[in-house]
Ligand binder design. Structure first.
Ligand code: NAP
Ligand code: ZN
Ligand code: ZN
Length: 350
C-alpha cells in the first residue's frame, strides 16, 4: 500500500512530501489510520543528523495516535475503529531477559524503533508517523481510553509521557517527595503534570522567564529560573529526585548541588553535544548519583496511558499542518512552543 508521508532525503534538506510503502497487514499486524502525530525533539535530532546514523529518506514521528483500519487474524484485543497509539517501539526480539520483563526498550538484540531502524520492509528501515497509515505488530500497539476529542493531545503521551512517567515511577516519586523537573518543553511539561499527579512537591526549572507562571499552571508548586543564582541557592541540598529533560549540552553542577544525600538526578535529554563532565566532588560529598532512562516498555506505556485517562491528563499542544514542520523545528530549537507541536495528519492530503 502506498501512503502519503513527509520526510527528508538528507540532514541539510527540509522535509518534503513523499509517497512511501506500507506492508500489507499480516496475521499479527494492526493497520492504523494516523490522525495525529506529536513532534518530539528526537525527530529533529534524527532528521537533521544531530545524532549519528540517520538513514535517509527519514520519515520521523513516534507519538502516533489514530484508529484501527484492519486487524490480522491472530491479533487479540483490537477491532476496526478502536482508538490506538504507537510510541517509539514497533518490535523487539521478544525472547531476551529485558523483553521477558517488559522492558523492550532495553532489548538485547536491539529494539526496532518506529523510525530509523533496519527492517525487511521497504526502503529497508522503519518510517514513522508523519504519514497517513502505519502497520505494526499488535503486541506494540497501545489502547487509548481517553475521550475521542482529546485524541490529538494524547499523542505526546506516547513518547514525552512515557519517558517522564517511567523514571518518576522507578525512583518512586510520590507524596512527601520534593522533585525537580529541568527544562519545561515537551518532556518537561509532562514531567511536571505527572509528578504532580503522583502527589509529589514539584519544582520546575526553566531558562525561560515566560514559563514562570505557565509552569505553575501545569501543576508545579514552585518555579525556579535556573540562570538566577540566588533562586537556585535557596534550594541547595533539598531534592529527593531531579528529572533533567534538557535537549542541549549544559552545566550539570548547579543541579547536583540541589540534591539531598543519596539522591539522584536522572537525565533523559539526548543532546547533540555531550554535557561538560560534572564536578566529581559534588557526587562524592553526599553520595549522589547521575542516572539515565530510556522511554519505557510496552506494558508500562499502557499503564501510563491508563493512569493519564483516569486522572484526565493530556499534553498542552499547538496543532500544525505538516507543511509547517520545518518552521516548527526552528521554533523547537528556540524553546518556543507551549509545549508540544502535534501534526494534524489530515493535512498530508491537502
Ligand atoms: P523540547 O520540547 O525542545 O524541550 C527541551 C527543553 O529544554 C526546552 O523547552 C528548554 O526548556 C530546555 N532547554 C533547551 N535548550 C536549553 C539550553 N541550552 N540550556 C538549558 N535548557 C535548555 O524537547 P523534548 O522533546 O522535550 O526532548 C528533550 C530531550 O529529550 C531531547 O534531547 C530529546 O531527544 C530527548 N528525548 C529522550 C528520550 C529518552 O528516552 N531518554 C525520549 C524522548 C526525547 P526551558 O525553556 O524551560 O528552559
Ligand atoms: Zn520522542
Ligand atoms: Zn529482546
Amino acid at each position: 500500500m502506498i501512503v502519503k508521508a513527509y520526510g527528508a532525503y538528507a540532514g541539510d534538506k527540509p522535509l518534503e512530501p513523499m509517497d512511501i510503502e506500507r506492508r500489507a497487514p499480516g496475521a499479527e499486524d494492526v493497520e492504523i489510520a494516523i490522525a495525529f502525530c506529536g513532534v518530539c525533539h528526537s525527530d529533529l535530532h534524527q532528521v537533521r543528523a544531530e545524532w549519528a546514523g540517520t538513514l535517509y529518506p527519514c520519515v520521523p514521528g513516534h507519538e502516533i495516535v489514530g484508529h484501527v483500519t484492519a486487524v490480522g487474524a491472530h491479533v487479540d484485543g483490537f477491532k476496526v475503529g478502536d482508538m490506538v497509539g504507537v510510541g517509539c517501539i514497533v518490535d523487539s526480539c521478544r525472547h531476551c531477559n529485558p523483553c521477558d520483563e517488559g522492558m523492550e526498550q532495553f532489548c538485547e538484540k536491539g529494539l526496532t524503533g518506529t523510525y530509523n531502524s533496519v527492517v525487511a520492509d521497504a526502503p529497508g528501515h522503519t518510517l514513522g508517523g508523519y504519514s497517513e497509515r502505519i502497520v505494526v505488530n499488535g503486541k506494540y500497539v497501545l489502547k487509548i481510553s481517553h475521550k475521542e476529542e482529546d485524541l490529538a493531545a494524547v499523542a505526546p503521551l506516547l513518547c514525552a509521557g512515557i519517558t517522564t512517567y517511567s523514571p518518576l515511577r522507578h525512583w518512586q516519586v510520590g507524596p512527601g517527595k520534593k522533585v525537580g523537573v529541568v527544562g519545561i518543553g515537551g518532556l518537561g511539561h509532562m514531567g511536571v503534570k505527572l509528578a504532580h499527579a503522583m502527589g509529589a512537591h514539584v519544582v520546575a526549572f526553566t531558562t525561560s522567564e515566560s514559563k514562570r507562571q505557565a509552569a505553575i499552571d501545569l501543576g508545579a508548586d514552585e518555579v525556579v529560573v535556573s540562570t538566577n543564582r540566588d533562586e537556585m541557592k535557596a534550594h541547595a541540598g533539598s531534592f529527593d529526585f531531579i528529572l533533567n529533560t534538557v535537549a542541549a549540552s549544559h552545566d550539570l553542577n548547579p543541579f547536583l548541588i540541589l540534591l539531598k544525600r543519596d539522591s539522584t538526578m536522572c537525565l533523559v535529554g539526548a543532546p547533540e553535544h555531550q554535557h561538560p563532565s560534572p564536578n566529581v566532588m559534588l557526587l562524592l560529598f553526599g553520595r549522589k548519583s547521575i542516572a539515565g532512562s530510556l522511554i519505557g516498555g510496552i506494558a508500562e506505556t499502557q499503564e501510563m496511558l491508563d493512569f493519564c485517562a483516569e486522572k484526565n491528563i493530556v499534553s498542552d499542544i499547538e496543532m500544525i499542518p505538516i507543511q509547517q514542520i520545518d518552521a516548527a523545528y526552528d521554533r523547537l530549537v528556540k524553546s518556543d512552543v507551549k509545549y508540544r507541536f502535534v501534526i494534524d495528519n489530515a493535512s498530508l492530503r491537502a
